[in-house]
Design a protein around this ligand. Structure first.
Ligand code: EPU
Length: 432
């Protein structure tokens, strides 16, 4: 049975109040789980978000031989004596992040077979960087029967100097993990610098890996020459989700009277905090919270153009949210998407709700505001836009429906309960 969210909009009133805690980061947790393939003992995580993508990654590990226990945000992965070095096709095709375990599997088992990964459709999402990285580390890649067969020539990978022609988050993580057990040194140049990469490197280093420079464009990995990593009873904590943090900040700015986003890491959303405060949003930034107190003046916020960029720039995953913010700001601004194409599919829906957005080309939109949005029946094009739609519905007038709850559940845990906790009228219902 399909489910949808029903949201009663606040019609532009700023009425939400209270504390809105942030969950563990999906995009950190998925990589932490993939990393367990490098370990020879059980690994425990806390603050693990109970969301669809995490369940899928758990199943993917189970289908390769692991035992996975998940209860009350604590997940334990017990590795098998020998991993089965082939990823389950049905699961991998539902999850873009299924590409990530291929690196550790190749490092640990000397081979891996996997299909082209699925996941959110955000324009073209090729995997050439992964395949050429594996080859640079001394593996052969063969594509046959719609599967990639990758094999380390003599069973082990060899360190290499790899230059990324453009920055890739999962590419950096996957090759960093492949190199962790290789023989010799690997240098990853033009690496991604996302906080998830730093967290992953810390977890690996705490368990026997030797990785330097994570969080900078040059990462050096001294491989263990095949020696697996060992958790030794440590529990690793999943860091807070910076995209959820950013989405909640936008909601609080547009519909909040006095909302505190808690259990977050404000330094991970600097680019958004900077934009919001320049637009006139009153923010109080603490160590692990941001309090949003509406606007400095009663007038609408000021429009500010935004350009997505790799971390620490403005994240593409908050791009739809920013467009919604701009529909409520005074003036005209452009949103330039530099990471993906095909990520403006929300523009038509927002225009149906009363927004004034012109799609100039697949990378640029023009947003004019402020415009009062009104209710609509919506179906989210991707996971991040899904929460953006809930936020658009929250500020609109009337009752909106967001149809494919599953897409939102993939990335956000019990979103309706948490948003209801600060006073939003939102419920989940079954539909045909
Ligand atoms: N790219 C290639 N070849 C490759 C790999 C990437 O051309 O082999 C291109 C992509 O098509 C894109 C660009 O490189 O144009 C950057 O993509 P990147 O590889 O960095 O994206 P990703 O690693 O697939 C992760 C997040 C995304 C997030 C992007 C950008 C995970 C699991 N996913 O994707 O998150 O949008 O980085 O920050 O970490 C989401 O959580 O909903 C989500 C889509």
């Amino acid at each position: 049975m399909r489910e949808r969210f029903v949201v009663e909009g606040l019609a532009g009133k700023r009425a939400l109040r209270g504390d809105l805690p942030v969950s563990g980061a999906k995009n950190a947790a998925l990589k932490f789980l993939a990393a367990t393939i490098l370990f020879d003992d059980e690994v425990t995580f806390d603050n693990m978000p109970a969301i669809e993508d995490i369940h899928r990654m758990g199943e993917l590990l189970e289908s390769s031989g692991a035992t996975v226990r998940f209860e009350d945000h604590t997940m334990t992965v017990v590795p098998p004596a020998q991993w089965k070095p082939a990823l389950d096709t049905a699961i991998a095709k539902r999850l873009r992040a299924s590409i990530v375990p291929t690196g550790p599997m190749l490092a640990d088992m000397g081979e891996v077979t996997f299909p082209f990964p699925g996941g959110c459709v955000l324009g073209e999402r090729p995997i050439d960087l992964f395949l050429s990285g594996f080859e640079a580390l001394g593996a052969s890649v063969e594509e046959r029967d719609e599967q990639f067969h990758v094999r380390a020539k003599d069973g082990v990978l060899h360190g290499a100097h790899i230059f990324f022609p453009f920055v890739s988050v999962t590419g950096t993580e996957t090759l960093m993990m492949a190199a962790a057990l290789a023989e010799g040194e690997t240098v990853l140049e033009n690496a991604a610098m996302e906080p998830e990469i730093v967290a992953l490197a810390q977890m690996l280093n705490a368990s026997g890996a030797n990785i330097e420079g994570a969080g900078t464009p040059v990462i050096r990995i001294n491989g263990t020459a095949g020696k697996p990593l060992h958790a030794n009873g440590q529990t690793f904590t999943i860091p807070p989700d910076r995209i959820e943090t950013g989405s909640f900040l936008v909601l609080a700015a547009l519909a909040g009277d006095d909302v505190t986003i808690s259990r977050c890491e404000p330094t991970h959303v600097r680019s958004l905090l900077d934009l919001l405060s320049r637009a006139g949003v009153l923010l109080e930034v603490g160590d692990s919270f941001v309090r949003v107190r509406g606007s400095a003046a009663p007038a609408p916020y000021t429009s500010i153009s935004v350009r997505t960029h790799e971390y620490p720039g403005f994240p593409t995953d908050l791009q739809a949210l920013m467009a919604i913010f701009l529909t409520q700001a005074e003036g005209e601004a452009t949103v330039l998407e530099t990471i993906f194409d095909g990520r403006f599919r929300y523009a038509d829906d927002l225009n149906r709700m009363g927004a004034d957005i012109t799609v100039m080309n697949p990378h640029r939109i023009l947003v004019r505001g402020p415009k009062q949005l009104s209710r609509a029946k919506l179906e989210s094009p991707d996971l991040r836009a899904g929460l953006a739609y809930i936020i658009a519905a929250a500020i609109a007038s009337g009752v909106s429906h967001i149809d494919n709850a599953y897409v939102i559940d993939r990335g956000y845990e019990k979103i309706e309960d948490r948003l209801a906790g600060i006073g939003l009228s939102i419920r989940r219902e079954q539909c045909e």
